[in-house]
Design a protein around this ligand. Structure first.
Ligand code: HEM
Length: 439
């Protein structure tokens, strides 16, 4: 290796062991490395190779807000290419990325997403009506169903029952693919209908068929009244006056599904898992919601995002050699900015493992200490949408049910692909409130 290059210290165990630990206990492994090596350490994982992990708030802040031409997010997300497609905002950097965000962002801004609240509440209430009372139920699959339904109605604006049923069945297959297909590019090739790549290709083709025909139908409609995200995107223009192409729209609709639906569903599940084990927090939340107050609700959501992060790291690739904390890192290396470590720093969050929404009341931690949606040029495009969805789903569920834990033990964090989910799926027992009994 070039003698000028110096990497921070890190574990010496075999790559296989580091890969397994990163896959099944990413946060515990990262915390262990921080204890041993400090706020900057190097790990080696398959298939990426060498990864420099940063936990220091100043380093994370600088890296997240750096120009998108110096720290590349698109290259770091390249592994998603075969699902989201080459025009996805996830895979772009520099001027092309700015251009794409100019079109995509307006429908996801705060004022635009407020208008979706009623639909989100309706979808949630409709689902809650079907949940069985008096017996343990896992909220995770139910939250996945709710957030997918919200995406299909609010983002895609699909009301056709056949298309809805098609996407409802296909999307989980598209997103929950065999992990081997993600790790080994060769397996993504279509080697026949029973091969993993073949199965994936057929699901992707079926999803694309629905999305492209929906886009074509919408382009031919003259209904200027529709307010779903796809309809707004069809009216948007790039700075040079050009509209988004069908391929731009397809890739970004799949992106929004891939990064938005499961992150929101998992955070919601964790919020309920934490609340039922903290009855005083649950009672305070119910009381404030009944009085029309929302400050504590936001505190509960923020504390859930802090203590049970669904996005553990933000990944970037160095476009040129750079010096960080005295280490000279080479171009092309991956930098993992650890939100999990940033949000569990004991000096900034006393007793960091404890669930205490009160931390976020009054003077809340600033952006250098709390970045659940990232920041800078790649800040989460759906942050306002996710917050509106979580506020509305939690208040609707609590308005209609009383929840308690199905078992007293807290649920462990279990890695399911890139997200850390509650190991028993956030198991609760619900009781319907009187005003909401179904016949
Ligand atoms: C609790 C839910 C969510 C969390 C915690 C979350 C978190 C994040 C984080 C940390 C990033 C990376 C930022 C970076 O690289 O600097 C990101 C990116 C992104 N998120 Fe979210 N997200 C959530 C929900 C959503 C939703 C609902 C949508 C869409 C409706 C969405 C769309 C996106 C997109 C498109 C990007 C890429 C932005 C870009 O590269 O320019 N996310 N999100």
């Amino acid at each position: 290796m070039n003698p000028a290059i110096s990497l921070p210290p890190g574990p010496r165990m075999p790559v296989l062991a580091q890969t397994v630990l990163s896959a099944i206990q990413p946060l515990e492994f990262a915390k262990d490395c921080r204890r041993k090596y400090g706020n900057l350490f190097t790990i080696k994982v398959f298939p990426v190779g060498t990864v420099v992990c940063a936990a220091d708030p100043a380093v994370i802040r600088r890296a997240v807000t750096a120009e998108s031409s110096t720290l590349l997010a698109g290259d770091a997300n390249r592994v998603m290419d075969f699902v989201v497609g080459p025009r996805s905002v996830l895979l772009l950097d520099g001027p092309e990325h700015v251009r794409s965000r100019q079109v995509l962002l307006p429908p996801f801004r705060g004022p635009s997403v407020q208008r979706y609240q009623d639909t989100i509440a309706e979808v949630t209430a409709d689902a809650v009506r079907r949940w069985p009372a008096g017996t343990p139920v896992s909220l995770l699959p139910r939250m996945q169903h709710v957030t997918l339904e919200i995406m299909m109605r609010v983002v895609f604006g699909i009301t056709d029952l056949k298309r809805l049923a098609g996407l409802r069945a296909l999307v989980p297959k598209l997103l929950h693919m065999n992990p081997a297909v993600v790790l080994f590019p060769l397996l993504r090739k279509d080697w026949g209908r029973y091969s993993p790549g073949g199965r994936f290709a057929r699901v992707k083709a079926a999803v694309d068929e629905i999305l492209y025909s929906e886009i074509a139908r919408r382009r031919s409609e003259v209904d200027g009244e529709r307010s779903d995200v796809l309809s707004l995107l069809l009216r948007m223009r790039h700075a040079d006056g050009q509209p988004a192409t069908d391929e731009d729209l397809r890739d970004n609709l799949v992106t929004v599904l891939a990064v938005g639906h499961e992150t929101t569903a998992t955070t919601l599940s964790w919020a309920f898992e934490r609340l039922v084990r903290h009855p005083e927090a649950l009672a305070r939340l119910e009381g404030e919601l009944a009085d029309g107050q929302h400050e504590y609700l936001d505190a509960v959501i923020n504390e859930t995002l802090r203590v049970r992060p669904v996005v553990g790291d933000i990944a970037r690739i160095l476009a040129a050699p750079a010096t960080i904390d005295g280490y000279r890192l080479p171009a092309g290396i991956m930098l993992a900015l650890s939100l999990g470590l940033l949000h569990s720093c004991p000096r900034r969050y006393p007793e960091p493992e404890e669930f205490r929404p009160e931390r976020f009341l009054g003077e809340a931690p600033g952006p250098e200490l709390f970045l659940p949606f990232g920041g800078g040029p790649h800040r989460c495009l759906g942050a306002a949408f996710a917050m509106t969805t979580m506020r509305t789903v939690i208040s609707t569920v609590l308005a209609h049910t009383r929840l308690r834990a199905a078992a007293p033990e807290p649920e462990r964090q279990r890695a399911m692909g890139p997200v850390l989910t509650p190991a028993r799926g956030a198991e609760v027992v619900l009781q319907r409130r009187k005003a909401f009994r179904t016949s």
